[in-house]
Design a protein around this ligand. Structure first.
Ligand code: RNT
Ligand code: ZN
Length: 416
């Protein structure tokens, strides 16, 4: 270990914090990397529909992945620059058909065999998402809450198919797959009837979840949203809708950091929700004005999320997923920056003298609480982070960027 780490270790030890123990805990936290940063949420179906669903990716940085093999190669590159062992979060529209294309309601585990194989070879777990967008039957912005029963039926079948894919993934990788449901359904302008679409969504979800699946293989999650592009006035699956749904149906709730009022943050919600549900899925993201999916950076918001996860003792009950997409910068760098930032935030949280802070608060000594929190900000965190990267065999500093630039020249710029 470096001299810088030795010094940092002593500084933290003086506050009662064991840096070695923090690193050992950090190594066990898996972050689920979203496949869709690698190709602008494109997928490989060529359904003929625009992305839609309020999802918009801006920028045209060269070199995006155009095939599953390219996307996997890019993920390999990103994972080699991120400390720890992580997971892959795959969307259904990344199915591989090998010439025998089926529609979304007929997807089967075999269509994801390439991904499962890849995950197995890397020793990583996988999570899964049905895709309720970029499809002719989603072109008017409604899916599971659609007024047309036939369209609802199609999307219910998609959900049922995806849970089976999730269970197959979880079973073959020996790690439960979180299958997360997000639907775009909503109105651009003020609706007359806010109730009926919610009743229809609840019914559709109940139909999808009617078959119990082994939680060792598949865990269902549901994701809320306040508004999207084209659904500014009303989103059927609001926070209140899904919180009620998740609690009453014993599902996992998914909180996406970008899916609330622009000044509202999700950190404070974690301890409330985990009083009533077993588990929580986070879509770690960064909202900027109307966009909910900027690349994650080490912001106060992100630190607060990590602090709540650690302070509450929730690490084993929270599934950390990432959800952002930026096509204006190198896409692999975006993955690396966002994931490394989340891991940094978790490490910062693991390095807090939590017992001391809690004791101060319990004694009503808010002076010590505030003073200590401020002092922590100038401790030699960087040395501990670098030690962690070294321990995991990944570049500790911006050296990772050199690797990405080299890959850009040698691989990305030669595509197409
Ligand atoms: C959309 C949701 C959802 C998607 C992905 C692609 O607002 O956040 O999670 O970003 O499923
Ligand atoms: Zn999300």
């Amino acid at each position: 270990m470096s001299a810088a780490y030795e010094l940092a270790r002593l500084r933290y030890a003086a506050l009662g914090v064991d840096t070695d123990a923090a690193l050992a805990r950090l190594e066990k936290i898996a972050v689920s990397l979203h496949c869709w940063q690698g190709d602008d949420v494109g997928g490989f179906e060529n359904s003929g529909s625009e992305l839609g669903g309020g999802l918009a990716v801006t920028g045209n940085y060269p070199g995006k992945a155009r095939t599953a093999d390219q996307l996997r190669a890019d993920l390999d590159m990103a994972l080699s620059l991120i400390p720890g062992t992580h997971r892959l979060n795959l969307h259904a529209c990344y199915a591989e058909f090998d010439g025998n294309k089926v529609d979304r309601n007929a997807l089967e585990p075999i269509h994801f065999a390439g991904w499962i194989e890849w995950a197995k070879s890397k020793g990583v777990g996988m999570d899964f998402n049905p895709s309720y967008f970029a499809h002719p039957k989603a072109d008017d912005g409604f899916t599971l809450a659609h007024r047309d029963a036939g369209i609802r039926r199609f999307w219910i079948e998609h959900g049922i198919a995806c849970r089976k894919v999730g269970a197959a993934i979880g079973e073959s990788l020996g790690s439960p797959c979180v299958t997360n449901f997000w639907v775009p359904d909503g109105f651009k302008d003020t609706p007359i009837d806010r109730k009926a679409p919610r009743e229809r969504l609840a019914q559709s979800l109940d139909a999808i979840f009617s078959e119990p699946l082994d939680p060792r293989h598949n865990l269902d999650a549901v994701e809320s949203k306040l508004f999207g592009i084209g659904s500014e006035s009303y989103v059927v699956g609001s926070h209140e809708f899904y919180m009620g749904y998740a609690i009453s149906r014993k599902k996992m709730l998914c909180l996406d950091a970008g899916h609330f009022h622009p000044t509202e943050t999700i950190a404070d919600k974690i301890s409330s929700i985990l009083l009533w549900t077993d588990r929580l899925l986070l879509h770690v993201s960064r909202g900027v004005r109307w966009d909910s999916d900027h690349v994650v950076v080490l912001s106060d918001d992100l630190e607060a999320i990590a602090q709540e996860a650690v302070r509450g003792g929730f690490i084993d009950r929270i599934h950390f997923g990432l959800d952002f997409f930026d096509a204006s910068i190198n896409r692999i760098a975006a993955w690396v920056i966002g994931t490394r930032s989340l891991i940094k935030a978790l490490l910062l949280a693991l390095l807090e003298p939590i017992d001391t802070l809690r004791a101060a608060e319990l004694q009503g000594d808010y002076t010590t609480r505030l003073a200590l929190l401020e002092e922590l900000k100038t401790l030699p965190f960087g040395a501990v982070w670098e030690a962690y990267c070294e321990k995991c065999g990944v570049p500790a500093t911006n050296a990772w960027l050199d690797e990405v630039k080299r890959y850009e020249c040698e691989v990305l710029l030669k595509r197409r």
